[in-house]
Design a protein around this ligand. Structure first.
Ligand SMILES: *Cc1c(COP(=O)(O)O)cnc(C)c1O
Length: 385
């Protein structure tokens, strides 16, 4: 456990950041459900004063995620977007940030509807084309904020290539690693300065908690993130931290099975006559498959496809017919989910705009879980007809 930093990812998932409880020897990190901690005399305490500033359950989770991402500092927040909020608060009016144009919708809303009002500038660009990215950088660019794979069309960007561009222009590279999880991809090793997660998804892994995290190797950024936890206060409660700690113990197994299942589902869909475009970075036909192969261990549990009969009604029939795949928002749990981006996550984007990024009326997104592959394929087979 003490040496988790040097062990394999599988061992880190089970042990990193957690030690038997100092007072009782409890193997599992206790849920320290307390807001304050006793002081023997003013300032004389055991390192904990008030739970917004520091809580032992949260601290264990922060260490766990930091170690999993090969980072030295970790900070957890009340949701993934609260982590993004803390990162964006490090900047000043006039600073510019480059975002991918197929960014998670909530991050887009946070930037355009909250931070734009405080003078932060943003450009939304194609992150999959490195030459194009470099043309957009200026002296006021302070950060490149990207995700890979992206939602819902599983775009892949070259993290190492972007980190070289960021370094050359003295700006920060920040990666949303939610879709891959630290079991499959470690952006810090590829030159990223900050990695953040919606732990609501794969880290938690059981669709029972909302939580976020940001990690870094930079002590100045690490200090700023901890300052923001305390100053703005968007911290998670100890019960939620416990649930994510528990989820992480099986992260490697879940990601392995979800990736295997998604690959087989992709191979099935690839041959299906009703399917038009199919988006999965594990297929050789994916435009950035080679980049995905370089930076990911496996290709994850997310995939999407649209239909030759590109109509909302045809998609609707399929969404209503699946039984193992449940119709719901979110992703990354043990159970398989099916979703319809055009009417669910991307409903607020005008049809013409969303179609430019592949979100057609018939696009269907799958979060492939860890059930038996035969049941998953049989379910899609009966629904596709
Ligand atoms: C869900 C999600 C988020 C937002 O996280 P919350 O925990 O819902 O706040 C950010 N990025 C990606 C890629 C997501 O899927």
């Amino acid at each position: 456990m003490g040496d988790a930093r040097n062990s394999h990812k599988d061992t880190q998932c089970v042990h990193a950041g957690v030690e038997p409880d100092r007072t009782t020897g409890a193997i599992m990190t206790p849920i320290y459900q307390t807001s304050t901690f006793v002081q023997r005399s003013p300032g004389d305490h055991k390192g904990y004063e008030y739970a917004r500033t520091l809580n032992p359950t949260r601290e264990a989770l922060e260490n766990s995620i930091a170690i999993l991402e090969n980072a030295t500092f970790g900070a957890c927040f009340g949701s993934g977007l609260a982590a993004a909020d803390a990162i964006l608060k490090m900047f000043k009016p006039g600073d510019e940030i480059l975002f991918g144009n197929d960014l998670y919708g909530g991050t887009y809303r946070l930037m355009t509807r909250v931070f734009a009002g405080f003078g932060l500038k943003a450009k939304f660009i194609n992150m999959h084309d490195l030459e194009a990215v470099e043309k957009h950088l200026s002296d006021s660019t302070k950060m490149i904020m990207m995700e890979t794979p992206t939602n819902p069309t599983l775009g892949i960007s070259d993290i190492k290539g972007l980190s070289k561009i960021a370094r050359k222009h003295h700006c920060i590279l920040c990666v949303d690693n939610t879709f891959a999880s630290p079991a499959l991809q470690n952006p810090i090793d590829l030159g990223a300065d900050i990695v953040w997660h919606s732990a609501t998804k794969y880290l938690g892994g059981h669709s029972d908690v909302v939580l976020g995290a940001a990690v870094t190797n930079d002590p100045v950024i690490g200090e700023q993130l901890h300052f923001m936890q305390n100053a703005s206060g968007a911290v998670p409660g100890p019960m939620d931290c416990f649930l994510v700690l528990r989820g992480i113990k099986t992260l490697h197994l879940r990601m392995e099975r979800a990736s295997e299942n998604a690959m087989k589902v992709a191979q099935y869909l690839h041959k299906h006559a009703a399917v038009d475009n199919l988006y999965y970075p594990g297929l050789a036909s994916h435009p950035n498959h080679e980049v995905a192969k370089k930076q990911m261990k496996q290709f994850g549990g997310m995939l999407s496809f649209d239909l030759k009969d590109n109509s909302f009604d045809k998609a609707k029939t399929i969404l209503e017919k699946t039984k193992v795949f449940t119709l719901a928002e979110s992703l990354g749990g043990v159970e398989s989910l099916i979703g319809h981006p055009a009417s669910m996550t991307h409903a607020s984007i005008p049809k013409e705009e969303r179609e430019k990024t592949g979100v057609t009326d018939s696009l269907i997104r799958l979060s492939v879980g860890i059930e038996h592959i035969d049941d998953l394929v049989a379910d899609l087979d009966q629904a596709l007809g």
